[in-house]
Design a protein around this ligand. Structure first.
Ligand code: HEC
Ligand code: HEC
Length: 398
């Protein structure tokens, strides 16, 4: 059973469990004391969790790096993981919606790969439970890699360098596509951002944060109450909320974006009525199919955030300043727009009454979640080679 826990800051402690019979999901609501005491503090990163059946070795990381940059793990061999998770764009993509498979546009903002393998569930609505499964669905998804497993596997077999490396790393006689996902996940587990001013401060260097950042930290943890959801080492509770992000404007006037939107309703199995009437991304609802989950998304981590605009699941905001203004208004944008699922909007999101100086301080503190940019030398990809000549083939089938 999958339990999603929500907190609200109403005084007193109450526990309400609403069970949806016949569904695999239940919602458990924990109401905190309103003092913020129950929130785990911001903290240094733990050790990277590694699945026991996919240990990290330098050779596996190296192979995973090749594959992450290799467009042959995609439908038309033109688009790799790095095409939408560009190291020069925060290991993400700096447009509201990500670029899509050629001829399409994606429907959500591309997330950074940095620190992604610390997360229990990946994607904006948490639909992948491991890096291995995530890589597989990214390479195959219709508006992402759009690759066909057998074809991708055949390509790997025709690249002698990969045949050698898969054999050394996994013992494969011929490269197995499932091991490509394991190698990519292993490479991603080495992409860690832990050299931030906040880490230095938490490690005892009290001069690592400026006075403005220290004031901002206080606001984050008290008056602005960001800590209610953005807490712990990654600054996320990994729970799902509707914070009021307005509908993507692109769905009004961009035909290609509308096509993807409709396709996703179908692919994610909404009801016929919803398919015909829905106007916005229902987020976690697609997984739980509970109406109270419409418009909810996983609290994103805040580390590396300076490098990953635009922000939110649909890239609604291009600067952190806009994000802070949005929260200050109580989850409402500059034009007065908010979520198209108002009935599920979190009660935790309300006007904050921050002064201009306080907004500046909060913004300064948000910058303390990012350290140096993580750069990488792109690997030179190995070439194809024919497996056999026509003469050899004729000889073999004699
Ligand atoms: C066409 C663009 C595109 C391609 C190609 C692509 N991605 Fe993504 N990636 C995205 C988008 C957009 C999201 C968010 C999608 C969502 O939440 O529904 C995402 C999400 C992710 C996440 C989740 C991060 C988090 O915080 O939960 C990881 C990890 C990831 N991609 C890795 C990969 C890997 C590995 C590949 C190659 C096998 C890949 N991606 C290929 C666009 C792409
Ligand atoms: C109720 C929980 C909650 C609270 C409180 C909250 N956030 Fe968020 N935050 C979220 C969720 C959920 C999202 C993603 C929403 C979406 O995409 O629809 C988000 C997104 C963000 C993003 C964009 C991250 C990205 O990668 O796109 C930033 C920055 C952010 N929040 C900062 C803050 C700040 C600063 C505060 C305090 C003023 C705050 N949040 C308060 C839950 C919360």
């Amino acid at each position: 059973m999958n339990i999603s826990i929500q907190k609200t800051t109403v005084a007193g402690i109450a526990l309400a469990v609403s069970m949806a019979y016949g569904s695999a999901y239940a919602e458990l609501t924990v109401v905190s004391t309103g003092t913020g005491e129950v929130n785990p503090p911001l903290a240094p990163l733990p050790k990277m969790p590694v699945p026991p059946d996919n240990k990290i070795t330098p050779e596996k990381v190296e192979l995973g790096k090749f594959l992450f940059f290799d467009p042959r793990l995609g439908g038309d061999a033109s688009i790799s993981c790095a095409s939408c998770h560009d190291p020069g764009q925060g290991w993400a993509w700096t447009e509201d919606f990500s670029r899509g498979y050629p001829g399409t546009v994606h429907w959500r903002n591309s997330q950074t790969i940095i620190n992604s393998q610390f997360l229990q569930k990946q994607f904006w609505a948490g639909s992948a439970s491991s890096g291995e499964k995530q890589a597989r669905s990214a390479a195959r998804g219709g508006v992402a890699g759009n690759g066909e497993a057998d074809l991708m596997e055949a390509r790997l077999a025709l690249i002698p360098e990969y045949k050698k490396r898969f054999n050394e790393v996994f013992g494969d006689e011929w490269p197995l596509i499932k091991n490509a996902w394991r190698a990519i996940a292993t490479f991603e587990r080495t992409l860690i951002a832990d050299n931030t001013p906040l880490d230095a401060y938490l490690g005892g260097d009290k001069s690592a944060l400026s006075d403005a950042q220290l004031r901002g930290k206080k606001l984050f943890e008290a008056k602005a109450n960001c800590i209610e959801c953005h807490n712990g080492p990654l600054a996320t509770d990994e729970r799902y909320y509707n914070i009021g992000v307005p509908t993507a404007a692109r769905w009004d006037d961009d035909g290609m974006a509308q096509i993807t939107f409709r396709f996703e309703q179908y692919a994610k199995g909404t009801t016929e009525e919803m398919y015909r009437t829905i106007k916005d991304d229902a987020g976690f609802y697609y997984r739980s199919k509970n109406k109270w989950d419409k418009g909810k998304f996983r609290t994103p981590p805040l580390r590396y955030i300076s490098y990953t605009p635009p922000y939110m699941h649909n890239g609604a905001f291009y600067t952190l300043e806009e994000v802070v203004d949005f929260y200050n208004r109580g989850g409402i944008d500059e034009e007065g727009n908010s979520t198209s699922f108002p009935e599920t909007k979190s009660a935790l999101i309300k006007p904050l009454n921050l002064s201009d100086a306080e907004k500046e301080d909060l913004l300064a503190f948000l910058e303390a979640f990012s350290g140096d940019e993580i750069e990488i030398e792109k690997p030179e990809l190995p070439d194809y080679a024919p497996l056999f000549t026509r003469a050899e083939l004729l000889e073999a089938i004699k």
